[in-house]
Design a protein around this ligand. Structure first.
Ligand SMILES: C[S@@+](CC[C@H](N)C(=O)[O-])C[C@H]1O[C@@H](n2cnc3c(N)ncnc32)[C@H](O)[C@@H]1O
Length: 437
């Protein structure tokens, strides 16, 4: 996914200094050298980073990305293989309280998982802006983040608001919903600090509650929201996905503003990514129901309502990836914990509550047919080979770029306009196209 350069560097010195000051004010770190102090990090932070990584399925079990390029002889990684453990979802729920040292667990999450999730959410919004999406003029912006933790998602939206032209106003309010009171408190204060550090006059209303999907999520007199957001939250929901889809849209009917967006960001792992794809499938069924018909549109990554190309093949899944400049201290944490977060993978889905056409919502495409690259592109002689997903499903495809710029431009997340595809899903070729976005 292409993100603005200013966003890719938005998490460096200034950000680190705001975060350090916040940690000091909150008395979450002992002094201002703590972020560089190996001893402090190793004793107080890294064990929790490792534990959380296990919980979030980042370590140990090897999963192979089926869309990654084949190994060149002698290269150390055959495919982009990530080591992860599958712990199952049931164990995640009480994790804030389970620790023998909950303060350090919260510190570890805040330092190590909040900034990457913030960057992920920001990139989903800047991608929409890149494709021409603009919020309709909003006098009084209202967002809601579910399972907000330390408000990673709301802060991600703030980053997108200042690093893109998506049309979010400088004034607004966020409702944060979170089951853990202490983490919610950190989220409330961090979001307030971060918003003001980037010049946004956005306020926060924290709601300490456990979301129960079997009941209406909000009281009837609760307002509508322009942005409905969850980040790394739905993978913790225990009800069947069909029911979740129905409940979700029921709630959007009353509490998502017309022309508003629902943004769902989830892990890139196969199991969790497939859950999101399944959820999309059930959402599409909901959108076809007579009382909802024509009111909702899947915008990204799919750019339409076609059957999911990845879900069609058992074992396949769909994810994006961004490259960013990590805060310096996070590089150190990664070194100490054996993680490598130079790139951030994730899965996502954006739904618009709108009757407008895709052409109106994502004007960058005009009325063109679109095929999105859902894998990296690797060279095969003078061709590039990659997987695309579009109206004709998911296909392994080759294309011979016409210039060096095109070679550089094409990568995961690029969209081909009016590509004429010859062949079948296993091997096709782009004979011609009208553009690359
Ligand atoms: C993995 S964390 C993600 C936090 C944040 N959204 C982010 O992207 O960094 C999931 C959060 O959801 C909260 N959560 C899980 N189930 C919940 C529920 N039923 N109601 C409210 N919060 C919940 C957890 O307490 C946790 O803070």
């Amino acid at each position: 996914m292409k993100i603005p350069v200013s966003l890719s560097t938005a998490f460096t010195e200034e950000y680190e200094s705001t975060l350090r000051q916040f940690l000091l004010t909150e008395e979450m770190i002992p002094d201002e050298t703590a972020l560089e102090n190996d001893r402090f990090l190793t004793r107080s932070v890294i064990p929790h980073v490792e534990k959380l990584s296990m919980l979030f399925n980042r370590l140990e079990h090897e999963e192979v990305d089926p869309d990654a390029p084949p190994r060149k002889p002698g290269s150390p990684h055959k495919q982009i293989a990530v080591k992860r453990v599958k712990t199952g979802r049931a164990g995640l729920d009480p994790y804030w309280k389970e620790s023998s040292n909950p303060e350090n667990l919260r510190l570890a999450y805040f330092m190590s998982f909040m900034p990457p999730n913030q960057a992920r959410v920001a990139s989903v919004l800047t991608e929409l802006a890149r494709l021409g999406f603009r919020f309709q003029p909003i006098p009084n912006f209202r967002g809601i983040e579910w399972g907000a933790g330390p408000a990673s998602g709301a802060c991600g939206v703030a980053a997108a608001a200042v690093h893109s032209e998506i049309g979010l106003p400088r004034t607004g309010n966020w409702a944060l919903i979170e089951q853990d009171k202490k983490v919610l408190g950190i989220g409330e204060r961090w979001a307030t600090t971060y918003f003001s550090s980037v010049g946004l006059d956005w306020s926060i209303r924290p709601f300490h509650r456990k979301v129960d999907w079997t009941r209406p999520l909000l009281p009837q007199n609760a307002p509508t929201f322009h942005l409905w957001l969850s980040s790394y939250f739905l993978n913790e929901v225990e009800i069947p996905l069909e029911e979740l889809a129905e409940r979700m849209v029921d709630n959007w009917e009353f509490h998502l503003e017309n022309e508003g967006l629902a943004v769902l960001v989830e892990p890139a792992l196969r199991l969790q990514s497939r859950r999101l794809l399944e959820l999309r499938k059930h959402l599409l069924v909901e959108f076809e129901k007579p009382r909802r018909k024509g009111k909702y549109q899947v915008l990204t990554p799919c750019l339409g309502h076609q059957a999911c190309g990845a879900l069609a093949a058992p074992g396949d899944w769909c994810h994006e990836e961004i490259t960013w400049w990590r805060p310096k201290y996070l590089r150190k944490i990664d070194e100490l914990a054996g993680l490598d977060r130079k790139t951030l993978p994730f899965s996502y889905l954006v739904v618009a509550k709108s009757s407008r056409t895709r052409e109106e919502l994502l004007p960058a495409f005009g009325a063109h047919k679109t095929d999105r690259l859902v894998s990296p592109a690797h060279k095969e002689g003078r061709d590039l080979e990659f997987f695309v997903c579009g109206e004709e499903g998911k296909r392994r495809t080759r294309y011979r770029p016409e210039s060096d710029e095109e070679y550089d431009e094409i990568g995961r997340g690029s969209v081909l306009l009016n590509a004429e595809l010859r062949g079948d899903a296993r091997a096709s070729r782009v004979d011609r196209l009208d553009g690359i976005i």
